[in-house]
Design a protein around this ligand. Structure first.
Ligand code: SF4
Ligand code: MSK
Length: 662
């Protein structure tokens, strides 16, 4: 029978909805990742988890033991070389995933500019800002003309061979100097991934620090290249997120509607589905099938994309994908790329649900394949929906956990944070910086990344609660953000319930939650820009490494999370994970956990216990506050009516609006 770690003993919301479902007969036969993990009955291989299993040539595989002469590779490779190569290949794979996603978004952007998709250029201000950055003339030109030239220049960044990526110029000047000094400025996005794979081929780069240098460069090609391009062009095309209310968790599925869940990462498909559900023909077909309409619900990061921009509800995160299907209430799960477990096809066996793959890159045995054609996006989306509607009448035994949905406020792009704290008419990070300097906000912490079946599922919540209690503002992305949403931390009311006095005061005045949902996993690039804006605003040092800011992806599962961690560290932000596959090499561990600081002003950290992890994040923030000379206990200032009115004038625009709710 399916189970979920951490839910038997706690009364949390995730546990409640999942336990409720698992107590139903129809879910009892469903086997989940938890079951498979238990059935495997063996602990992880020490060489694999320590990073010292090498299988990159056919003289191996070689398992290396650090410091044991007889246990180096057949080729003579040492533990540090092998562990560095493996770590670097994880960064390359994660970057490749973001890159291929980003390339599709740029191609979709170009097609939109040419009028070949049902979408349009929505955020013209951002279009102009990006155009200026890329040297595209805007004066007297039509938005589509500008977008086309911008899109083509953006596409060229992938295959560029010389020079440096355009968006590196957005970073603080000192950051750019550090990257230049260390020789890690990416030249072209694809080039860095290819070079990383080449250098980690048998018999090429065999000096761990040099391998890690290219891993740094590759990760920057992700954060300041692929991911940032994807986020910005997606915003221009589909709209930059603004705060909106929505709902999350299994209870967003509807009894009376055709439930279609969208799972994966690229929002081109999901946005097309959002348009197509409103189509007259689709509405009529749904009615004819006996449904009130089509209920779209997100899963994983596709879920985050349409949650942030449209307020479309999220049915589940990575860890819940099998549970969503176990309800028996989903007519189709539409998937594209990344983080889709092969088991989803197994879970729906014997049910009326179809898994519909839509991308030629990603097929699953047992799934139905309907290729999503971006130049015929609307009709592709309609075809997918028609397929789902045809399943509605076949819906058999099912169970949707009642009242198991939570309100959240989402949509905190870096621009929103600007306006939210800076006021409606003057976008600025000044008030955020001032509140950090005066101590109301101790610092900022990013909680990002995946979820993991090996650990209790309240890890994100535990870390966030500890941070918030200590006046640290939390910015969250990816499945971690959804996990915080399910635990109630993405509601403005959570400030009064969980936050320390200073943070609560700021949140309550502005009307924002103490944990801000900033987007999907590619949207971690928004955090880079937010950090850059904080530096630019002044008073907190002149590069990212001086800011009281820190990150974690505690339950990382995907290689993308390591690429993200690496680009944060290389950009000057300290990052702590629960574990990293580097323990098999003392030298590499020392370099990653300490030595990188000398080069980039930040390094990685590792801590398994979530409370201690949060405390280490707070300690890292305090260290920065100390260095900035702002770590003194601030005299508490009681706000008079005039001060309160001034702050209330800057109340969060739109936080009270209800969009996309049921
Ligand atoms: Fe073994 Fe060296 Fe081949 Fe790796 S590259 S499998 S360590 S022989
Ligand atoms: S989906 S990469 S499990 S965040 Fe982006 Fe979630 Fe991690 Fe996939």
């Amino acid at each position: 029978m399916a189970k979920m770690k951490g839910c038997e003993s706690c009364n949390d919301i995730t546990g409640a909805s999942t336990l409720d479902l698992l107590n139903q007969d129809l879910a009892k036969q469903v086997r989940t990742a938890y079951d498979r993990l238990e059935d495997r009955g063996m602990s992880a291989c020490l060489f694999g988890s320590g990073g010292t299993c090498c299988r990159i040539c056919n003289m191996g595989p070689c398992q290396i033991i650090d410091g044991v002469e007889s246990m180096i590779g057949v080729c003579g490779a040492t533990a540090s070389t092998v562990a560095a190569r493996n770590f670097a290949r994880i960064v390359a794979a994660g970057t490749a995933a973001h890159t291929d996603h980003a390339r599709e978004m740029v191609r979709g952007f170009i097609a939109t500019a040419k009028g070949e998709t049902p979408h349009e250029i929505k955020d013209v201000d951002k279009l102009h800002r990006m155009a200026r950055l890329f040297g595209v003339e805007t004066e007297g030109r039509d938005k589509n003309e500008i977008a086309l030239e911008l899109g083509e220049k953006a596409l060229a960044e992938f295959g560029q061979q010389e020079g440096t990526l355009t968006m590196l110029k957005r970073a603080p000047e000192k950051q750019q100097e550090i990257w230049k000094r260390e020789g890690v400025e990416p030249r072209g996005i694809d080039r860095e991934v290819v070079e990383m794979m080449h250098r980690t081929h048998m018999g090429v780069d065999q000096e761990y620090k040099n391998i890690l240098k290219q891993a740094a460069r590759t990760s920057l090609a992700d954060g300041w290249g692929a991911s940032m391009l994807s986020t910005e062009l997606t915003d221009i095309m589909f709209g930059t997120p603004v705060p909106k209310r929505a709902i999350v968790d299994l209870g967003v599925l509807r009894e009376d509607m055709v439930n279609v869940t969208v799972h994966g990462h690229e929002p081109l498909l999901a946005e097309s589905l959002c348009l197509a559900v409103e189509d007259e023909e689709i509405r009529a077909l749904a009615k004819k099938a006996g449904a009130k309409g089509v209920n779209l619900a997100g899963v994983c990061c596709t879920g985050n994309e349409i949650l942030m921009r449209r307020g479309v509800p999220v049915a589940g995160s990575f860890i819940q994908q099998e549970m969503v299907l176990a309800t028996g209430a989903v007519e189709a799960m539409v998937v594209d790329v990344q983080c889709i477990m092969q088991s989803v096809a197994e879970v729906v066996k014997g049910k009326h649900t179809d898994i519909i793959t839509t991308n030629y890159r990603a097929k699953i045995p047992g799934a139905v394949h309907i290729q999503f054609e971006e130049d015929d996006a609307y009709n592709s989306a309609k075809e997918i929906l028609k397929h789902a509607i045809a399943n509605f009448k076949k819906r058999g035994e099912h169970y949707i956990p009642k009242d198991k949905k939570l309100d959240v406020v989402v949509g905190f792009s870096h621009e929103t944070i600007n306006y939210m704290l800076g006021g409606r008419f003057r976008a600025s990070y000044r008030p955020l910086n001032d509140n950090i300097i005066n101590g109301r906000i101790r610092g900022v912490a990013a909680i990002v990344g995946c979820e993991h079946y090996k650990y209790a599922d309240d890890v994100h919540f535990t870390i966030a609660r500890e941070l918030i209690r200590n006046n640290v503002l939390v910015l969250a992305t990816g499945c971690a953000a959804q996990a915080l949403g399910r635990r109630g931390l993405l509601r403005p009311e959570a400030a009064a319930e969980y936050a320390g006095e200073g943070l609560a005061e700021v949140c309550e005045t502005v009307g924002m939650p103490p944990a801000l949902h900033v987007g999907s996993c590619v949207d971690n690039s928004r955090l880079l820009i937010a950090l850059t804006e904080m530096v630019r605003e002044g008073g907190l040092g002149d590069d990212i490494s001086q800011l009281p800011a820190v990150g974690t992806a505690p339950l990382w599962m995907s290689e993308k999370a390591v690429a993200i961690g690496q680009y944060f560290v290389t950009s000057g932000a300290h990052v702590i994970f629960q574990n990293l596959p580097i323990t098999g090499s003392k030298d590499l561990s020392k370099f990653i956990l300490e030595g990188m600081k000398e080069l980039y002003g930040a390094c990685w950290g590792v801590e398994e216990d979530p409370v201690k992890l949060a405390q280490k994040m707070i300690a890292a923030i305090d260290e920065k506050r100390e260095a900035l000379g702002i770590n003194k206990k601030q005299e508490r200032i009681l706000m008079d009516m005039q001060m309160r009115r001034e702050l209330e004038g800057k109340a969060l625009p739109g936080a009270g609006c209800t969009q996309g709710g049921h």
